[in-house]
Design a protein around this ligand. Structure first.
Ligand SMILES: Cc1cc2nc3c(=O)[nH]c(=O)nc-3n(C[C@H](O)[C@H](O)[C@H](O)COP(=O)(O)OP(=O)(O)OC[C@H]3O[C@@H](n4cnc5c(N)ncnc54)[C@H](O)[C@@H]3O)c2cc1C
Length: 1026
C-alpha cells in the first residue's frame, strides 16, 4: 500500500482520514428494512468521513497554519512522514495513543518547520464541535437514501481521542454500519477494511456506492468492484450520487419524482379544469410531479397559484370491473372528513375522461412525514413506540365510525367478511396458480376452519400500513390516512392483522410490485411461496400459543390425534424405518394435533430435519471411529479438535442451539424457536450418535444450564455466561448430588452457602458432576443450602460459580462401567471456602428448588428423546448385522475400508447352526419386540412434548414422569437385544452399542432414579383418577 501517494494526492483534503470510534452500531439494521428501492440496483451508500461528511482536515490544517503563522504545509508533511509506519498511520490503527501520537507528531512538525509547533491546539481545533460538523447537504442526502430503504455506512480511517473514545462527530443512528480503522486496526486503502464493511452490510461490492475524497481510497474500492465517487466538494458529490441512484437527495416535495414519460398527463386541460374548480385566474405555471409510491392508482402532486394539490386517477387501459375504484376512495374520504378520522380534504371527483384520460379526483396536499420503513431506522425506541401508538389510535378511530351516521351503511356487504375474503383470496390464488405450493394448500384447508367466531362489522381501510399514513412533522400524530382503495365494510381484525404483518415479514422483504404477467412474475411467485411458508409456520406456532392459553383441565383427558394417510408418498427409501407412522393431514396438525412423524413437521422445520439428517450422514457418523479413538487415547482429557471442527460446520449449517423451546425464548433471541415436539424429532436424530448433541451445541448439562440462564438469569449473568455457552466457546456443569445424602431427594442437599460481606461462601462435597473435568468448563451451577431453618423447599439456592474460583478441588473422575466419558467426565469435587460474589445468586436465596424443577423442564425429556435415537440406531445395527451384506460391508470384508459404525454396514452374512441369523425365530422375535417398544416409547415422548407445548411444563408433569420411567429401560432392553444379536462384538468399542447400553443404564439414575418417577406417576394417577 502506498501511503505516500495518499498524502501526495490531489489536495490537502486528504490529510484527514478522521472518523473514528469504537463500536459497530446497529450492525445489520439495514437488513430489517422493508426495502422499497425505487428501482435502484444499489442497496447501500458508504461514506468516508473527513472531506465527505465533515470538513476536510487538510483545509482545517491550512487555515490553522495561517492563523498560527506556521509554515504552510507543515502539518500535511508531518502526517505523511514515515508512510505506513509513520505516527499518523499507526495512530489510525490505534497502535499508539493520542498522547504518543501528539508527542511524535509535535517533534516532527517542529523539526520540519524549525519552529515550535503547538500541535495540541491544531488537534483540539480539528476535533472541536465547531469544526467537526456534518454538512447539511449530506444529512439531507442520508435521510433520503434511508427513506428509500437503502442502507448507509461510514467507513473511516480514524483514531482514539485522549478520553479513549474514538473520534466520530456524527450521529451514529444515520448509519447501519460504522467501520473505524482504529477499532479494526486496519486502514483504507487496505482492501480488508472495505470487505469488512460490505460483510457487515451483507452486500456484494456491486451493490454499493463509496464516496471518498482521496484518490487511492477510491481506487482501492473500485478495484474491488464497488461503484465510487471521488468527492471534491459535497454539493457536486450529492449530484453525482443522485444520478447513480436515480432519485432525488434533496428535500423538496418528499417522495416525488419527475413525471415518468409513460405517466404524463395533459397539463393544459388539467390547468383549465383546476382554474374552474378553484375559481382562480392565474397565468403562472402548473407544476406537476409524480408520487413514487401508491402503486395501483397513479398519484400526482400539483402546484398551481400557491395551492398544493394531489390528483389521483385510474390507470389507463382496460381495468378489472371492481379494481381502481377511485370513486369509492373519494366517497369514503368525503364521508370521513367530519367523523374524526384524519383524511386529506377532497375537492372534486371528475369522471370526465377527457380531462386527463381517465376519471380522477383532486384533494389538498397534506404535508408531513411518511415512514416507508416499518422498522423506523434511526429513531429512539420511545419515538418508535409513539409512532405506532398514533397509528393504533387512528385505526381505533376508523373502526369506531358508525357507517350509518356518515352515510356509508351500503359501502359493503354486512357480515361474514373474513370468510368472503378467504374465499376471494383462494379464488384469486387458484386463478393465477402455476405450480403447487404445499404450505398454501395447508393454509387453504386450515384457514376456513380457524376463522374468528365473533365477527364485527365496521369500516375497514383494507390496506392499513405505516406508509399509508402521513405524520405530523414534529409530533407523533397521524394527520392523514391515505390510499382507501380497498376500504369497505368488514371485520376490523383484518386491518389489525395487516398492520402487524410488517412485524413478521423478514428483513429484506420487498414491497410486492408488478402483476403476475409482468417482468416480476418469477419473483412474485417466489414471494408467494415464501409468504405461504411463513403464514403456515405462524399458523402452527400461534395455534400452540392459543391452545396454551386455554383453561387446563386434566392432562389425562386430553386427546391426541392420530391420523391415517397412505405413507408411500412421504417415505422415500432410506428415511426413518419406523414408518408405520402415517402422515398428518394439515387440518389435523393445525388443530394442535400431535406431529408424530418428521414428514408432518412444518416445511421450515422439516427442511431443518433433513438438513440435520444429511449432516449426520456426511459428517457425524463417518467421524465416530476417530472420536471414539480420541476418547480412548492419552489425549482424552483435552477436547477433540475434530469435535471443534464439526461444531463450526454445524454452526455454519444452522444446526446449532436447536434445544431452547419456543416457549422459553419466544422471540428466538437465543435459539431456533422450535416447539418441544419439533425438537423431539431433531433431538432423536441427534441421539443416534453419542457425539452429535455436543456437535450441535445441544448436549447436557449445558442445555439445562443455558435454559436456566435464559429463564432466570439477570442481563449481566446472561452476558457473562449464556453468550459463551450459546456460542459453544465454554462448557458448564450442574452440581447437586452429594455422596453423603440420598440426592434423588433434592431437599436432602447439605452443601452450605453462607453470606459473608459482599460474598457467598460455599462449602460442600459433590459427586457425579458431569462435565466438570472439561478444560472448557467455565461455569458450575451450584446448588446448596442458604437457610437450613427455612421450610423444606425454601432452604436451597442456586449460585453461578466461576470454575477458576479458588477452593474448587476436583478429587477424581468417576467411571460408569469403567467408562470415563472424557473430556467432561463425572467428577467428585470438594468446594472449600469458595467465595462467590453475591450478584451470582440466581433469582434469590431460597429459590433453588424452584429453579432445579424449572431447569429440568424440557431438559427432562431431552434424554428420553435421545434414548429413542439410541434405540433406533441399535435396532438398525442389529438388522444390518443379521442381513446379507451391503456393498460397503463387502469392501470392509476385503479390507478396503475400516469397519465403520454406520448402521447400514456389515461385514458378513452370519450363519449359525445351519441357518442365517435373520431366519432364527428368536432373533426375529427380538426385532419385532424392539420395534414395538420403540414406537410405544416414542409416542409417549412426543405426547409429553406435545402437552408441554400446549399446556406448559407443569401441566405435563405426569407425562414427563411416565416417559422418564419408560425410556431408559426400553432403550436398555432394545440395545441389549442388539448386543446379543451381535455376539461378543456388541460389547466391544467397534460399535456404539456398548456405550449406548452404558448410558441408557446410567440414565436410570442420572435423570432421577426410576422409582422416583414411578412414585410421581402413582401419586398423580391417584389424584386424578379417583
Ligand atoms: C452418569 C451420571 C451422571 C450424573 N450427572 C450428574 C450431574 O451432572 N450433576 C448432579 O448433581 N448429579 C448427577 N448425577 C447424579 C444423579 O442425579 C443421582 O445419582 C440421582 O439423583 C440419584 O441420587 P443418588 O445417587 O444419591 O441415589 P439415592 O438418592 O441414594 O437413591 C438410591 C436408590 O434409592 C432408591 N430410591 C430413592 N428414592 C426412592 C423412592 N422415592 N422410592 C423408592 N426407592 C427410592 C432408588 O432405588 C435409588 O436408586 C449423575 C449420575 C450419573 C449416573
Amino acid at each position: 500500500m502506498c501511503v505516500r501517494s495518499c498524502f501526495q494526492s490531489s489536495c490537502l483534503q486528504w490529510a484527514w482520514r478522521t472518523a473514528f470510534l469504537k463500536h459497530i452500531q446497529r450492525r445489520h439494521q439495514g437488513s430489517h428494512r422493508w426495502t422499497h428501492l425505487g428501482g435502484s440496483t444499489y442497496r447501500a451508500v458508504i461514506f468516508d468521513m473527513g472531506g465527505v461528511l465533515i470538513p476536510s482536515p487538510g483545509r482545517v490544517a491550512a487555515e490553522w497554519e495561517v492563523q498560527n503563522r506556521i509554515p504552510s504545509g507543515t502539518i500535511l508533511k508531518a502526517l505523511m512522514e514515515g508512510g505506513e509506519n509513520g505516527p499518523w498511520m499507526r495512530f489510525m490503527r490505534a497502535e499508539i495513543t493520542a498522547e504518543g501520537f501528539l508527542r511524535e507528531f509535535g517533534r516532527l512538525c517542529s523539526e520540519m518547520s524549525k519552529t515550535s509547533v503547538p500541535v495540541d491546539s491544531f488537534f483540539s481545533l480539528l476535533t472541536s464541535e465547531r469544526v467537526a460538523k456534518q454538512f447539511p447537504v449530506m444529512t439531507e442526502a442520508i435521510t433520503q437514501i434511508r427513506a428509500k430503504g437503502l442502507q448507509t455506512a461510514v467507513l473511516s480511517n480514524n483514531f482514539y481521542l485522549p478520553n479513549q473514545k474514538s473520534f466520530l462527530p456524527l450521529d451514529r443512528k444515520q448509519f447501519d454500519v460504522v467501520v473505524e480503522s482504529c477499532v479494526e486496526g486496519i486502514c483504507k486503502p487496505d482492501p480488508r477494511i472495505y470487505k469488512l464493511c460490505l460483510e457487515r452490510l451483507g452486500l456484494q461490492p456491486s451493490e454499493s456506492i463509496f464516496l471518498d475524497d482521496l484518490g487511492p481510497n477510491v481506487k482501492a474500492a473500485a478495484s474491488l468492484g464497488i461503484h465510487t465517487i471521488k468527492v471534491n466538494d459535497p454539493e457536486t458529490a450529492v449530484k453525482e450520487l443522485e444520478a447513480l441512484l436515480g432519485f432525488t437527495l434533496r428535500l423538496g416535495v418528499p417522495n416525488t419524482q419527475p413525471v415518468r414519460k409513460t405517466m404524463e398527463i395533459p397539463k393544459d386541460s388539467l390547468k383549465k379544469y383546476l382554474k374552474d374548480l378553484l375559481g382562480i385566474q392565474t397565468t403562472g405555471p402548473l407544476e406537476l410531479l409524480q408520487f413514487d409510491h401508491g402503486q395501483s392508482n397513479p398519484t400526482y402532486y400539483i402546484r398551481l397559484a400557491n395551492r398544493d394539490l394531489v390528483l389521483r386517477k385510474k390507470p389507463p387501459g382496460t381495468l378489472l370491473p371492481s379494481a381502481h375504484a377511485i370513486e369509492r376512495e373519494f366517497r369514503i374520504m368525503k364521508a370521513l372528513a367530519n367523523a374524526g378520522v384524519p383524511v386529506p380534504n377532497v375537492l372534486d371527483l371528475c369522471e370526465d375522461s377527457s380531462v386527463v384520460g381517465t376519471p380522477f379526483y383532486v384533494m389538498e396536499y397534506c404535508p408531513g412525514l411518511i415512514y416507508k420503513d416499518p422498522s423506523l431506522p434511526g429513531l429512539e425506541p420511545s419515538h418508535r413506540r409513539a409512532i405506532y401508538t398514533a397509528m393504533n389510535t387512528v385505526l381505533c378511530k376508523i373502526h369506531s365510525v358508525d357507517p350509518q351516521a356518515v352515510g356509508l351503511e351500503d359501502y359493503g356487504k354486512q357480515g361474514a367478511y373474513i370468510p368472503r375474503q378467504v374465499r376471494t383470496w383462494v379464488k384469486q390464488y387458484r386463478a393465477s396458480e402455476t405450480s403447487t405450493i404445499p404450505a398454501m394448500e395447508r393454509l387453504i384447508e386450515w384457514l376456513p376452519l380457524h376463522l374468528p367466531h365473533q365477527q364485527r362489522t365496521t369500516l375497514v381501510h383494507g390496506d392499513f400500513r405505516l406508509d399509508n399514513l402521513v405524520f405530523h412533522p414534529e409530533k407523533p400524530e397521524v394527520v392523514a390516512v391515505l390510499d382507501w382503495e380497498l376500504s369497505t365494510l368488514g371485520d376490523p381484525l383484518i386491518d389489525v392483522a395487516y398492520s402487524c404483518l410488517a412485524h413478521y415479514l423478514p428483513s429484506s422483504f420487498p414491497v410486492l410490485r408488478g402483476q403476475a404477467s409482468s417482468a416480476h412474475a418469477e419473483q412474485t411467485g417466489k414471494l408467494t411461496e415464501f409468504v405461504s411458508n411463513l403464514a403456515w409456520d405462524f399458523a402452527v406456532k400461534e395455534g400452540f400459543r392459543v391452545f396454551k392459553e386455554m383453561p387446563f383441565k386434566n392432562p389425562l383427558t386430553r386427546s391426541c390425534h392420530t391420523w391415517a394417510r397412505s405413507q408411500s408418498q412421504w417415505y422415500p427409501i432410506g428415511t426413518r424405518s419406523y414408518s408405520s407412522v402415517p402422515e398428518a393431514s394439515p387440518a389435523h396438525a393445525s388443530r394442535g394435533g400431535l406431529v408424530i412423524s418428521p414428514e408432518s413437521l412444518s416445511p421450515p422445520v422439516r427442511e431443518l430435519y433433513h438438513r440435520l439428517k444429511r449432516f449426520m450422514e456426511q459428517h457425524v457418523y463417518p467421524a465416530e471411529p476417530e472420536l471414539q479413538s480420541h476418547q480412548a487415547s492419552a489425549a482424552r482429557w483435552s477436547p477433540s479438535p475434530l469435535i471443534e471442527d464439526l461444531k463450526e460446520k454445524a454452526k455454519a449449517e444452522g444446526l446449532w442451539n436447536l434445544f431452547l423451546p419456543l416457549e422459553a425464548d419466544p422471540e428466538k433471541k437465543y435459539g431456533a424457536g422450535l416447539t418441544n415436539v419439533e425438537y423431539a424429532h431433531l433431538c432423536e436424530l441427534m441421539g443416534t450418535s453419542l457425539y452429535a448433541p455436543e456437535i450441535c451445541n445441544c448436549s447436557a448439562p449445558d442445555t439445562g444450564n443455558m435454559e436456566l440462564l435464559v429463564r432466570y438469569g439477570t442481563e449481566a449473568q446472561k452476558a457473562r455466561w449464556l453468550m459463551p455457552l450459546l456460542e459453544g466457546k465454554a462448557r458448564s456443569c450442574f452440581a447437586m448430588t452429594e455422596p453423603q445424602v440420598a440426592s434423588s431427594d433434592a431437599t436432602n442437599i447439605e452443601a452450605s452457602i453462607r453470606e459473608e460481606d459482599s460474598f457467598y461462601v460455599i462449602n460442600g462435597h459433590k459427586w457425579w458432576i458431569t462435565g466438570i473435568l472439561d478444560p472448557r468448563c467455565q461455569l458450575c451451577v451450584f446448588m446448596g443450602k442458604t437457610d437450613p431453618h427455612a421450610p423444606r423447599h425454601r432452604q436451597q439456592s442456586v449460585l453461578l460459580v466461576p470454575m477458576d474460583t479458588p477452593g474448587i478441588k476436583i478429587i477424581r473422575p468417576l467411571t460408569v462401567y469403567g467408562l470415563e466419558d472424557a473430556p467432561g467426565g463425572h467428577g467428585e469435587v470438594r468446594f472449600e471456602h469458595v467465595h462467590v460474589p453475591k450478584e451470582n445468586m440466581v433469582l434469590g436465596p431460597g429459590r433453588g428448588f424452584e429453579i432445579a424443577q424449572g431447569r429440568l423442564g424440557p431438559g427432562r425429556i431431552h434424554h428420553c428423546m435421545r434414548l429413542i435415537g439410541f434405540s433406533e440406531r441399535a435396532l438398525a445395527l442389529m438388522k444390518a448385522r443379521i442381513q446379507p451384506p451391503t456393498a460397503e460391508g463387502r469392501e470392509q470384508e476385503r479390507g478396503l475400508r475400516r469397519p465403520c459404525f454406520h448402521w447400514s454396514c456389515r461385514v458378513k452374512s452370519r450363519v449359525a447352526f445351519g441357518k442365517p441369523l435373520v431366519e432364527q425365530g428368536t432373533v426375529l422375535a427380538d426385532i419385532a419386540q424392539s420395534r414395538v417398544e420403540i414406537e410405544q416409547a416414542r409416542l409417549l415422548v412426543l405426547r409429553a412434548a406435545h402437552v408441554m407445548d400446549l399446556a406448559g411444563n407443569k401441566a405435563a408433569a405426569l407425562d414427563i414422569a411416565m416417559i422418564k420411567m419408560v425410556a431408559p429401560s426400553m432403550a436398555s432392553r432394545v440395545i441389549d437385544r442388539a448386543i446379543q444379536a451381535f455376539g461378543a462384538a456388541g460389547l466391544s468399542s467397534d460399535y456404539p452399542l456398548a456405550q449406548f447400553f452404558t448410558w441408557a443404564r446410567a440414565l436410570r439414575f442420572a435423570d432421577g432414579p426410576d422409582e422416583v418417577h414411578r412414585a410421581t406417576v402413582a401419586k398423580l394417577e391417584l389424584k386424578h383418577r379417583i
